[in-house]
Design a protein around this ligand. Structure first.
Ligand code: MTE
Ligand code: MO
Length: 409
């Protein structure tokens, strides 16, 4: 039996038919209902049943777009820093591998190439090379895509294709040092996913293989634990490459090859996928690749878009992160960005790749409010008002797009 993460087992304690109804009600309204807020009709979003490989997740916290695309509801994000497993989003470009790959985790093999002494290492061997833990925002490049007015193709993520996760594993640079260092002339760090590829098609057209600048090695890790337990299959167990500061696609799950390469991968997901192409265009290798994340924040409560609140003192809260840099400050606006006030950063600072929780105490009288948040990173980059238009709907950091309208009675 493969170990499963510990989580809120709603599905299990709500056994029986009355309980099933209660579960359905929870699934429709989400945790906001418990806080005495009235979500807007339809605000919860359409959702499908959880796929088998993620059946242990908490359905009331999630919007299941498809069996390969599952996001956290905005109303479900709590105010602890770390995103619980039951809520964390899932994105698979290929069907998840068979759970049998977790049967003997330590026997999982990875090929390390582009170093002086290239070799296959087992996960058991990696575990003897060192242990480090890092907190990191994992965010899909297309998070916030649903706010692009021209509705680009791809999953219509709202805010929930993101989470903050603790990874434990061995830093890539320690493995590289043990194997004699990077070969000269290698400009990229290329990770290859271990999914079984469908027969009869060009493997390069579907394989998940991504290259990041070799400099990302400074922070990258080969991870086998996530939030303190062995990485579940849904999130890339038994072994995952994690690249802090970069968008989620670069953190390759079930990683079977880690190569220092002279050129970027020629897999389609690298050459044509995740490129910043002009609206209406198609991705190609001449365009910039979606790589480093930049400064972003959003409000998670009280209430999400369309919520009706009772006039009261409220604690407006949300998350902010800087991508490659720490968050320096977050401002909150109660008037759609006309005026801004400084929010307080709350909770522990888990390093520059983690997100911070921000809190702003306000008294909201009766009326309509557009609540917005705007983060600034440690080198002075300010979250922009407008998104950068692109065909794929990537990198949406617009504070205006992420504002929430609440009505207070
Ligand atoms: N092997 C492999 N790695 C992968 C993917 C994949 O489909 N296969 N999807 C990527 C994408 S697009 C994202 S956003 C993240 C999602 O990670 P999660 O499912 O653990 O949330 O994994 C990335 N790594
Ligand atoms: Mo993604």
């Amino acid at each position: 039996m493969s170990p499963q993460p510990v989580l809120l087992p709603r599905r299990h304690w709500l056994a029986g038919s009355g309980a099933a109804l209660a579960a359905a009600a929870l699934a429709r309204t989400g945790p906001a209902a418990a806080a005495g807020e009235t979500p807007a009709p339809g605000a919860a979003g359409a959702t499908k049943p959880l796929p088998a490989y993620a059946a242990w997740k908490d359905p009331s916290s999630l919007i299941v777009h498809s069996s390969n695309t599952i996001e956290t509801r905005r109303s479900a994000f709590g105010t602890g820093v770390i995103t619980p497993f039951g809520q964390l989003y899932v994105r698979n470009n290929l069907p998840a591998p068979d759970a049998s790959i977790l049967a003997e985790r330590d026997a999982w093999q990875i090929s390390i190439e582009g170093v002086k002494n290239p070799r296959q290492l087992t996960l058991g061997e990696l575990k003897r090379m060192g242990i480090e833990t890092t907190a990191m925002v994992l965010q899909c490049s297309g998070n916030g895509r649903s706010y692009f007015p021209d509705k680009p193709g791809g999953t219509p993520w709202q805010v929930g294709a993101a989470g903050c996760v603790l990874w434990s594993g061995v830093p890539v640079r320690w493995v590289v040092d043990a194997l004699g260092g990077v070969d000269p002339g290698m400009a990229y760090l290329t990770g290859t996913g271990g999914e079984k590829l469908p027969d009869g098609i060009d493997p390069k057209s579907v394989i998940v293989e991504r290259s990041v600048p070799a400099s990302a090695m400074a922070d990258a890790m080969l991870a086998w634990e996530m939030n303190g337990v062995p990485i579940p299959l849904a999130h890339g167990g038994p072994l995952r490459l994690v690249v802090p500061g970069y968008t989620g696609v670069n953190s390759v799950k079930y990683v079977k090859r880690l190569a220092f390469t002279a050129r970027e991968s020629d897999a389609r997901i690298m050459t044509h996928g995740y490129r910043l192409s002009p609206p209406g265009g198609k991705g190609d290798p001449s365009q910039p690749s979606v790589q480093e994340m930049s400064v972003k924040s959003w409000i998670n409560g009280p209430g999400t878009d369309g919520t009706r609140l009772k006039a009261a003192d409220v604690q407006i809260h949300g998350v902010a992160f800087g991508g490659m840099h720490a968050v320096a400050k977050v401002e909150v606006s109660l008037d759609a960005g006309k005026t801004w006030q400084l929010a307080r950063l709350a909770g522990p600072d888990l390093g520059r790749f983690a997100w911070r929780q921000f809190v702003f105490a306000a008294r909201l009288p009766a009326g309509q409010f557009t609540l917005a948040s705007r983060a600034t990173d440690a080198v002075g980059n300010v979250q922009p008002e407008q998104r950068m238009e692109n065909a794929g709907g990537y990198n949406n950091t617009s504070w205006a797009d992420h504002a929430v309208k609440v009505s207070v009675a």
